[in-house]
Design a protein around this ligand. Structure first.
Ligand SMILES: Nc1nc2c(c(=O)[nH]1)N[C@H]1C(S)=C(S)[C@@H](COP(=O)(O)OP(=O)(O)OC[C@H]3O[C@@H](n4cnc5c(N)ncnc54)[C@H](O)[C@@H]3O)O[C@H]1N2
Ligand code: MOO
Ligand SMILES: [Mg+2]
Length: 432
């Protein structure tokens, strides 16, 4: 016991506490399912469209009108009847009288009949009667006595350079599904259809705290035996990237009473709670003790995965608590596999779990394990093949290679090393 460790820690009782050792592992998928059963949808709010980026739509949106909603010219040129050009050729120029000039934003003032044309700009409304727009470069002009004729030496197929009404979207079409995450393309759609305030899910407020008597604030000078609290800030970034609002509650010493107060307060005031550290079998692994104490309903305290086998999930009054391992690698993976999907499920996302792809293993992977491993990896495209390189240092307690990874390579339980070139599943990390 270190000098800082108070007598109220769980140390005294831990020798007799078999609960922490007799943990029944469940699979990562089972853990995800258990959690999903407790997810409560976030409430709604309206935000201005220009502030809606990254948020999740709380209601599906259907098209109030077709798009485009008028026949639109795709070129600067002349709107006319294609049949008038039936005799046009390099030896025979067809002349049509120009009776209108249609800029964008105006309605045509004349219907086009045989023998006539209207000068028209890209994006302008094609006049009734016209069934083609001939681009400016294919035409020549003649002016006589204040009247203007356009000359064309080529046939042009009917419909050319006219975007028909509803080409992109018909009235009543489903534009965006509830739960869609709003990016540039979605904003363009919403703007096009006049949705200037957007119903979105409120960002779940996710409380984050770390446990560890060794933890210093990031601003504090380094000291023997101490480390800076990197997990809290790493988690905050992951949670923000997932769509949540991280609330940093700081770090506490490994004291059961402090942890209880912190956890209960967080569960009361926030939508989700994520902690780091203290879930293993050590004397001061207070989060593990706390979750087993009966004050919260434990969902699991062992998952058949590495890193993060001791990752613990619990629920109290419908609110979920994720007690992640303190080892940075395990903390990171636990957040990606469990916390991220929860946040996204709360906001109705159809893309809640990390997308799964296949890749070739870039180098031999020799560690064998009865649990599924999520190995941080880096993806490269080589000769049209997707190759996943496992990090050279991928231990749970290794921090520095997290930044180099853009995927987690899924190594199933195996008793044999995996050869380079083996097809593996990978989970794409989505925060970059
Ligand atoms: N006897 C056993 N010991 C351990 C086992 C086991 O099965 N039997 N499992 C090991 C594995 S695997 C993991 S993972 C860790 C899990 O430990 P905890 O979740 O209890 O985390 P701590 O003990 O609090 O810390 C572990 C490690 O991480 C550092 N840490 C903690 N918090 C932070 C933070 N906020 N920022 C940066 N680093 C942090 C801490 O200093 C420790 O080095 O247990 C193994 N032991
Ligand atoms: O299972 Mo430990 O939790 O990272 O390797
Ligand atoms: Mg521990």
């Amino acid at each position: 016991m270190t000098s800082q460790q108070g007598s109220e820690s769980s140390a005294a009782s831990s020798q007799h506490d078999n609960g922490k050792f007799n943990r029944r592992p469940i699979t990562p998928a089972a853990a995800q399912q258990k959690i999903a059963a407790y997810v409560q949808p976030a409430t709604l709010e309206e935000v201005k469209l220009h502030e809606a980026g990254g948020r999740f739509l709380a209601q599906s949106v259907t098209a109030p009108h077709p798009y485009p909603h008028f026949r639109r010219s795709g070129m600067d040129g002349y709107a006319l009847q294609a049949a008038d050009l039936a005799q046009a050729s390099s030896d025979h120029i067809v002349w049509l009288e120009v009776i209108d000039n249609i800029p964008c934003g105006y309605t045509p003032s004349h219907e086009i009949t045989s023998g006539y044309a209207a000068r028209i700009m890209t994006g302008a409304m094609v006049p009734d009667g016209a069934d083609v727009v001939v681009m400016l470069e294919m035409t020549e002009l003649r002016t006589e006595h204040g009247r203007t004729w356009v000359g064309i030496k080529r046939q042009v197929e009917q419909g050319k350079n006219i975007t028909p009404i509803g080409l992109e979207v018909q009235e009543g079409d489903l534009l965006l599904q509830q739960g869609a995450q709003i990016g540039a393309g979605e904003i363009s759609v919403l703007a096009t259809f006049g949705v200037h305030t957007v119903p979105v899910y409120r960002k779940p407020r996710v409380a984050i705290f770390s446990t560890g008597t060794e933890l210093l604030g990031v601003e504090e000078p380094i000291a023997p035996g101490k480390i800076r609290n990197s997990n809290s800030l790493m988690l905050a970034q992951q949670i923000a990237a997932a769509g949540g609002e991280p609330i940093l509650l700081g770090a506490i010493e490994d004291k059961l009473e402090l942890a209880r107060t912190m956890m209960m307060n967080a569960l009361e005031h926030y939508d989700l709670v994520v902690s780091s550290g203290g879930v293993s079998v050590g004397d001061y692994d207070i989060m593990g003790d706390l979750v087993r104490s009966g004050e919260v309903e434990m969902l699991f305290n062992k998952i058949s995965m590495r890193p993060g086998s001791v990752t613990t999930g619990a629920v109290k009054d419908g609110k979920l608590l994720f007690a992640l391992s303190g080892n940075p690698g395990a903390c990171f993976v636990g957040c990606e596999l469990l916390v991220r999907p929860t946040i996204r499920q709360m906001m109705g996302s159809q893309h809640d779990y990390l997308p799964q792809w296949q890749a070739e293993l870039g180098r031999e992977y020799v560690k064998i394990n009865s649990f599924t491993r999520y190995v941080r990896g880096r993806l490269e495209m080589e000769n049209g093949r997707l190759i996943a390189y496992p990090a050279l240092l991928d231990e749970s307690n290794v921090m520095v290679t997290i930044k180099d990874s853009d995927c987690l390579i899924v190594i199933p339980p195996t008793s044999e090393p995996l050869a380079a070139g083996t097809i593996v599943q990978i989970l794409r990390l989505m925060d970059r």
